[in-house]
Write a protein that binds this ligand. Structure first.
Ligand SMILES: [Zn+2]
Length: 292
């Protein structure tokens, strides 16, 4: 099926470029700067499967749906290496989609949500040991307000701005925006729009919240994330224009599926699926579950 689709796309590219004035619907790719047939064919048919893993806390003790031990994380990383996976960064995914640059054959995006200090204490050394990279998705109020009060306790502390600076300086970790104050499920489900909420009001609220964290990270770390992770995975179509306007190029959900990343298709980087790495499961069982 894939091969048929590929051939069809090539044929469409050839047909389109041969009928410059005849086909209004193809105007975008029939402009005078239209790439050569071969370039168009390669650009429109190159795609890759992307596995995204979602971790949260990494700490010693009892594992849960949202925490794994350092030993489990090490087992996972060993599995990924032994099975030929290469960790990729959001920037590499963007370059693959937007610029047609090459990407590893079996890419995996490793993500950690909520910005726990133990991501620095326990995960970073393992990322270095296995030559992997990761995205740590920060909640603004956790990092800006809660972390400085009681920092550097691996069991529960959040990353401070200084900790985030260390992560960035490692070259192993990039940061994502996980909202500033929407990481709750009481008044609304994460940052999703409320039933009957006026869309313009929602846009203003979301814009203000996300901008606060972007501005904080820019002023403290000279870094503005291009990744956004929906708290609890509660996404909504009304959020998308705001996320795009703010410059987010990748958005992460909690829907569990493997992604198809397609060169030239910028939309494929929005609403990406991730597999939550529950802690109370062996590495073998977890990867068996997500591959079946
Ligand atoms: Zn979260």
């Amino acid at each position: 099926m894939k091969k048929i689709a590929k051939i069809r796309k090539i044929m469409l590219s050839v047909l389109c470029c041969g009928q410059i004035a005849a086909c209004g619907c193809c105007a975008e790719i029939c402009e005078s700067d239209c790439p050569s047939i071969l370039e168009t064919a390669a650009y429109s048919t190159n795609s890759v499967e992307l596995l995204i893993l979602m971790y949260h806390s990494v700490k010693n003790g009892i594992e849960s749906d949202y925490s794994v031990t350092p030993e489990t994380l090490k087992c996972d990383f060993s599995y990924l290496r032994e099975n030929g996976y290469t960790s990729v960064t959001p920037e590499e995914l963007v370059q693959f989609v937007y610029d047609g640059k090459e990407l590893a054959e079996k890419p995996v995006l490793i993500t950690f949500d909520d910005g726990f200090y133990n991501n620095l204490a326990y995960a970073l050394p393992l990322l270095e040991e296995y030559n992997f990279t990761a995205v740590v998705n920060i909640v603004g109020e956790f990092t800006e307000q809660i972390a400085p009060v009681d920092c550097h306790v691996p069991a529960y502390s959040y990353l401070t701005a200084e900790d985030c600076e260390v992560l960035l300086a490692s070259g192993r970790v990039t940061l994502g925006n996980h909202t500033n104050e929407f990481h709750h499920r009481e008044s609304r489900q994460g940052c999703a729009i409320l039933p009957c909420e006026q869309e313009s009001r929602y846009h203003a609220l979301l814009w203000s919240d996300l901008t606060h964290l972007q501005d904080f990270l820019t002023s403290e770390l000279s870094f503005a994330p291009i990744v956004f992770a929906y708290p609890y995975g509660f996404d909504c179509p009304e959020s998308v224009p705001v996320l795009r306007d703010l410059g987010f190029l990748l958005t992460l959900t909690c829907y569990e599926f493997t992604n198809q990343i397609v060169q030239g298709d910028e939309d494929c980087l929005y609403g990406l699926g991730r597999y939550n790495r529950v802690g109370n499961m062996s590495t073998a069982d977890f990867f068996h579950r997500i591959s079946s």
